[in-house]
Every structure is written in structure tokens, then in C-alpha cells.
Design a protein around this ligand. Structure first.
Ligand code: SF4
Ligand code: SF4
Length: 185
């Protein structure tokens, strides 16, 4: 008989699957996703194990893993999977769920917010602004100063953002995400 916790986990897994548009039960643990993942070496649990955790109902463990944040969304795993499991989409869905629950490491959440806010405002990342926002919100304003100033002097980093064309369209994407329940950076 399922306990209330089992029911909650099942409901969460259904939600993740629905949002990611994929099914974890298709996975037969062949490991092709992990073998091709360029970031697996830095993850605490490689993609195959993250899927296995979800199959076993270990949702908290999966949502608290650093794997979902190390994932570079390159989609190699999804294209290699012989069962058509969209692992990259699941990783993305889990990142959003972890942010919503506030279980994410504060520095990871601050970096995520700074990155998205850069893309929203300039249409691309503005490295100096990204680092400044991240360092200010994490209470370390002088961090990277020693590295950043010489880089700017040598023209390796710009003190001003380069804006791209079509920023209006990018802003509309963010507005649309907010309309459907996503969080604005
Ligand atoms: S490649 Fe697909 S089937 Fe194989 S372990 Fe990864 S998710 Fe599972
Ligand atoms: S999308 Fe993420 S999990 Fe998949 S191969 Fe790329 S880095 Fe690895």
C-alpha cells in the first residue's frame, strides 16, 4: 500500500514527466546517455543514475544533486538515448522545480538569476555585469576584481555590454515565460 509520501513522490514524478514531455519508465539503464555526456565527470550522479533515482522515487535526492546544475543542456544524452528519453529536458525541468522549492544552493540560484537577467537585458551574456551582479548578491563584491581589471585592460573583457539586435524578441520570450508561470529573473 502506498504511503502519503509515496503518493507525493509519484505526483511529483508525473509532473516532472509531463513538463519535460518524456517518460522515465522507458529507460532500461543502458548508460549511453552517461557515456556521451561531456559534463558527467563533474556530476555527483551521472545522467543514467539521475533517471534511476526518479524511477525509484528518490526525487529529493535527484533534485538536490549537483548534476542538474552541472548539466550544460547540450542534448547529447537525449539524442543518444535508444529509448527516446529526453534527459536534457528532464534536467531542465528539475532545475526549475529545485528553484521553485528553494532547495537550490543559494550561490547556484544567484548565478542562475544573474545569467538570465543578463540575457533578458542584453540578449546575450555580459561577463563583467554577470560577475558583478553575482558577486554583489552573494556578498563578495571584491571577488574577481584582481582578475577582471587586467582582463579589461588587455581588451579580453569589456566594461560595457554589447547589445544584440532583436532584444525586443528576447524580452518577449521572458514575458511569455512569466505569463505561463515561469519566474522572471
Ligand atoms: S541512454 Fe536512455 S535508456 Fe540508456 S540509460 Fe540513458 S536514459 Fe536510460
Ligand atoms: S544535456 Fe546535460 S546531461 Fe545531457 S549530455 Fe548534455 S550535459 Fe550531459
Amino acid at each position: 500500500m502506498l504511503t502519503p509520501t509515496d503518493h507525493r513522490q509519484k505526483a511529483l514524478i508525473n509532473k516532472l514527466e509531463q513538463e519535460a514531455g518524456t517518460s522515465i519508465n522507458l529507460c532500461y539503464q543502458c548508460g549511453k546517455c552517461t557515456a556521451g555526456c561531456p559534463a558527467a565527470f563533474a556530476m555527483d550522479y551521472p545522467p543514467r543514475q539521475v533517471i534511476r533515482m526518479l524511477q525509484l522515487g528518490l526525487t529529493e535526492m535527484a533534485l538536490n544533486s549537483n548534476s542538474i546544475w552541472i548539466c550544460a543542456s547540450c542534448e547529447t544524452c537525449s539524442s543518444r538515448c535508444p529509448r527516446g528519453v529526453d534527459i536534457a529536458s528532464l534536467m531542465d525541468t528539475m532545475r526549475r522545480e529545485a528553484l521553485k522549492r528553494g532547495t537550490t544552493d543559494k550561490k547556484v540560484a544567484a548565478f542562475n538569476k544573474a545569467f538570465l537577467s543578463n540575457v533578458k537585458n542584453f540578449g546575450r551574456t555580459f561577463e563583467a555585469g554577470l560577475l558583478l551582479q553575482y558577486n554583489l548578491t552573494t556578498g563578495q563584491p571584491l571577488k574577481d576584481l584582481q582578475l577582471g581589471l587586467p582582463m579589461m585592460q588587455r581588451g579580453k573583457a569589456s566594461p560595457l555590454p554589447h547589445k544584440i539586435k532583436g532584444r525586443g524578441e528576447i524580452k518577449k520570450i521572458f514575458e511569455r515565460v512569466a505569463q505561463i508561470g515561469g519566474e522572471e529573473p
